[in-house]
Write a new protein. Structure first.
Length: 107
């Protein structure tokens, strides 16, 4: 079972307490009524599905019930880090051993 760190509760909790709610850092159009059908479709339905680094939005449904962002390696299913919703996107890089890490962090 995966343990996921909730940045609000400051605890590692079992994955069963959480729900993935999709891709993180999606910006809503300013005037959604004025956008084209193609732009509307892209906003609501089109998401990236990367092999490797994924920026995801999660919710701690059986805890604080708050939304937060996570960086996860989709190949290994390993969480690199989690951070509070509204905080800027965290940059990551592959270390010498191929494992994802926070950019600038020591191995």
């Amino acid at each position: 079972m995966l343990l996921i760190h909730c940045p609000y509760c400051q605890e590692d909790r079992p994955e069963l307490e959480f729900r993935n709610t999709g891709e993180a850092h999606i910006e809503r159009p300013k005037d959604i009524a004025a956008i084209s059908d193609e732009a509307f479709e892209a906003f609501f339905f089109m998401r990236t599905n990367p092999k490797g680094v994924a920026y995801e939005r999660w919710r701690h449904i059986h805890g604080c019930a708050r939304f937060f962002n996570a960086v996860r390696d989709t190949v290994s299913d390993r969480f690199v880090t989690t951070y509070k919703a509204g905080e800027p996107r965290v940059e990551v890089e592959r270390g010498e051993n191929g494992v994802l890490k926070l950019k600038g962090a020591a191995q």
